[in-house]
Design a protein around this ligand. Structure first.
Ligand SMILES: O=P(O)(O)OC[C@H]1O[C@](O)(COP(=O)(O)O)[C@@H](O)[C@@H]1O
Ligand SMILES: [Mg+2]
Ligand SMILES: [Mg+2]
Length: 335
């Protein structure tokens, strides 16, 4: 049951029973994510004042320079989830391999693994543009009480039991689904409490916003180029508006509220696109579908892709139903 402005804590408890595996374990896990998000939010908000601006000096397994806030957020989410004893394994965009949490200890009967992009939109940290955190939750498929295995993390997106993101923007919001619609909670910084502000979020079926890094246009496949040209044509309700923040979470959030399409295609320079299937595309796809949107990798529904590696990248197209369908028409011409 949703009541506007109920707290996240009340919402979690009141909706626990609508979750098919409800044992309270997932509620504890979402609460732990809420706690870590508040700690990271605190650091993000004072990014200019404290030493979390700039590169941390290391390169992650993606070959990217880790930002100090990437490392801070990664440590905070991993330590909070571990200390709260709510997961049996964690995989992070910032970690080479997955982390097993007490999973081979009979005492620890935790059933969930979490996959996380601790800080999304890293290129925007130093320039005070909104960034986020993305999380994806699965039930383990290997027996409880035994060490988690890679296969526990390489599950197709449609196996997710929950997914969500935190956007650290003009306000801080936690938006998530457990497969029963999408709800958004806004943090009241004075009270340190998240309140239900956006119940039952839905992508408008049509939109007028397209989000893509047009700087890569020359490298895109012809179908994508044609669709971008279609968005820019003077006809009917077009041209659409081009909006690209460069933080997936923020671009997705805006498009979900206003109607739009986000695209990170593969190109002659990024053979399989840039975004990570497990930490970015699957959770956003689960949210999109729960909010009446569509998420594809080209021909394939994102959540039907069988993952093969922890850090694999895929092309990603996501947003308002009729806009993604129109894009599919253009892509189909060249398939
Ligand atoms: O600068 P580009 O190539 O357009 O990429 C921007 C995209 O890369 C990302 O920053 C990748 O995420 P990370 O910041 O977590 O690495 C997305 O948030 C964003 O949509
Ligand atoms: Mg990211
Ligand atoms: Mg990241």
């Amino acid at each position: 049951m949703t009541r506007k402005h109920q707290t996240l804590g009340e919402f979690i408890i009141e909706n626990q029973t609508s979750f098919q595996y409800s044992s309270g374990e997932l509620s504890k896990l979402i609460n732990a994510i809420r706690l870590a998000a508040k700690v990271v939010n605190h650091e993000v908000n004072k990014a200019g004042l404290v030493d979390v601006i700039g590169a941390a000096g290391d390169t992650n397994i993606q070959g990217e320079d880790q930002q100090k806030l990437d490392v801070f957020a990664n440590d905070k989410f991993i330590s909070t989830l571990t200390n709260r004893d709510v997961v049996c394994g964690i995989a992070s965009e910032e970690e080479d391999s997955f982390i097993s949490i007490n999973s081979n200890d009979e005492q620890h009967q935790n059933k969930y693994v979490v996959l996380i992009d601790p800080l999304d939109g890293s290129s925007n940290i130093d320039v005070n543009v909104s960034v986020g955190t993305i999380f994806s939750i699965y039930r383990r498929i290997t027996p409880v009480g035994t060490p988690v295995q890679l296969e526990d993390f390489l599950q197709p997106g449609h196996q997710q039991v929950a997914a969500g993101y935190v956007v650290y923007g003009t306000s801080t919001m936690l938006v998530y689904t457990t497969g029963d619609g999408v709800n958004g909670f806004t943090l009241n910084p004075a009270l340190g409490t998240f309140y239900l502000s956006h119940p039952n979020m839905q992508f408008p079926e049509d939109g007028k916003i397209y989000s893509v890094n047009e700087g890569n246009y020359v490298h895109f496949l012809q179908g994508v180029k044609d669709y971008i040209k279609y968005c820019q044509q003077e006809e009917g309700d077009r041209p659409y508006t081009s909006r690209y923040i460069g933080s997936l979470v923020s671009d997705f959030h805006r498009n979900m509220i206003k109607g739009g399409i986000y695209m990170y295609p593969k190109s002659s320079v990024t053979e399989s696109g840039k975004l990570r299937l497990l930490y970015e595309c699957n959770p956003m796809a689960f949210l999109a579908e729960q909010a009446n949107g569509i998420a594809i990798g080209g021909k394939t529904r994102i959540m039907d892709i069988q993952p093969t590696e922890l850090h694999q990248r895929v092309p990603f197209f996501c947003g308002s139903k009729n806009m993604v369908k129109k894009l599919q028409e253009f892509l189909a011409k060249y398939q």
